[in-house]
Design a protein around this ligand. Sequence first.
Ligand code: SAH
Length: 346
Amino acid sequence: MKNSFYQYNFQELTQLLKNRDLSISGASLLYNWHYKQKQIDPCTKNLSLTTQVFIKEYFTFSLPKITNVHQSDDSTVKFLMQMEDGLSVETVLIAFQNKYTICLSTQVGCAMKCSFCFTGTQGLKRHLKTDEIVGQFIVANRWLRENRPDDQLLKNIVYMGQGEPLHNFDAVKASCEIFLDQHGTSIGAQKITISTAGYLPGLIRWNEEMPGVNIALSLHSPFENKRNQLIPINKNYPLPEILKYLESIPLKRKQYIIYEYLLIKDFNDSIEDAHATGELLKGKQAIINLIPFNPFPGSTYARPHKTQIEQFQKIIESYKLPALIRGTKGDDILAACGQLNTKASL
Ligand code: SAH
């Protein structure tokens, strides 16, 4: 059985070569070839014949297959990517001027079943493997180079696609290690954000094992009863416990926790909701991202009016908290937050 090249971090790759008495310089050559130069065929340059034979026998370089591409009027691109077992996930490129952020999926479907999220209606099929997460990045980057050659390649990564990243911690961590590595894509930790519904066991591991990478918490309500209705795992890991844990983490100066607040019309968008959120977060090293609800087929919630959203923002800001309204990029092609659903994309 061969092994996907894209699952190994730099140390593991070095160790593989060492174990076979092959020159460890092969590791930087391979990382450079595949991640910096974006080649997908096996490398032959500057490698000994025995190393080349090992690479051929040990690794596969297969990548997810793009089976559908939707391009939005605002330049957002949504890919349907098929994995080797035939299951698919969606990956989104969010455009800002000529730069892109990639929104990666981490699971096929999701187990969290948040009441406002299209992915949740699919249920969890399986976790993605490290190479399937890294593969989304490689394939999307190649697509950009071929289809929009004048634009810049990917510099920012958000783990905000299908799935709960902290529920698939090992693969997410391994993929981050690969993205961060200086021999390869060399993306800075501050350019990577993992978003969580509040899966506490994963948050603890994030803090202990990869604290440099940004974390975003889907808050959505300061009130227990409302948050329970929106995010069922709040019953297992209640918000006060999550906040207490986050509070115990010594943040560096200029390091922030991002709090996402999904705004739903007549549910959590009132003046009272805004003040309670401000009270809850005031004094914290926090950035608040307000996300107007993105509708999807069958959803019962609605997006608040613009004036309501702006009023909410002003109240949060009155607590000296930075509050940004997240655009609804790609909503015309169901590529915005919470609109990813593999079946709908087929
Ligand atoms: N599982 C992770 C990543 C999910 S997607 C998490 O829960 O954080 C990223 C963000 O989009 C989350 O804050 C999520 O709550 C939000 N979201 C989900 N469905 C949405 C919808 N229909 N409209 C707007 N935002 C949504």
